[in-house]
Design a protein around this ligand. Structure first.
Ligand code: ATP
Ligand code: MG
Length: 132
């Protein structure tokens, strides 16, 4: 089976959504194998979002993700990366259907509650980066 890296962002933690979100992964058959509530450094945030460095919102994105603790986790199961992305829904909550995490809770593209890795290769990298 496959591993995915998933991270509840500071808005999700602050709003008390960790339990509900974790439960959705568990019900889908994605088992929690590691988790940590922690604040991430600016360096880690800049590396994690390195592919967006040229975007005008990059600075705000780094400020947001470092603004409070995140709940970082590794989940494991059949097609974990794709299954996690489908539970999460599209980047913009306005385009995310009700029933998805971002569709139910996201308040805007810059406050979209959760991150999920987008490929098995990136999942391995992110697991290294956040849990080394
Ligand atoms: P994530 O990587 O967080 O799971 P994603 O893969 O759906 O999200 P990416 O394109 O990787 O989307 O963007 C990473 C994050 O950057 C988004 O989740 C969002 O928080 C932020 N972001 C993306 N586009 C915008 C935008 N137009 N304005 C503000 N923030 C944005
Ligand atoms: Mg992404």
């Amino acid at each position: 089976s496959e591993k995915a890296f998933v991270m509840i962002k500071p808005d999700g933690v602050e709003r008390g959504l960790v339990g509900d979100i974790l439960s959705r992964f568990e019900k889908k058959g994605l088992r929690l194998i590691k988790a940590e509530l922690k604040r991430i450094s600016k360096e880690t945030a800049e590396e994690h979002y390195g592919h967006l460095k040229a975007k005008p919102f990059f600075g705000e994105l780094v400020d947001y993700i470092t603004s409070g603790p995140v709940f970082a986790m590794i989940v494991e199961g059949e097609a974990a990366v794709r299954n996690a992305r489908s539970l999460i829904g599209p980047t913009n909550p306005a385009e995310a259907a009700p029933g998805t995490i971002r569709g139910d809770y996201g308040t805007g593209v810059e406050r979209n509650v959760i991150h999920g890795s987008d490929s098995p290769e990136n999942a391995s990298q992110e697991i290294e980066r956040f849990f080394n």
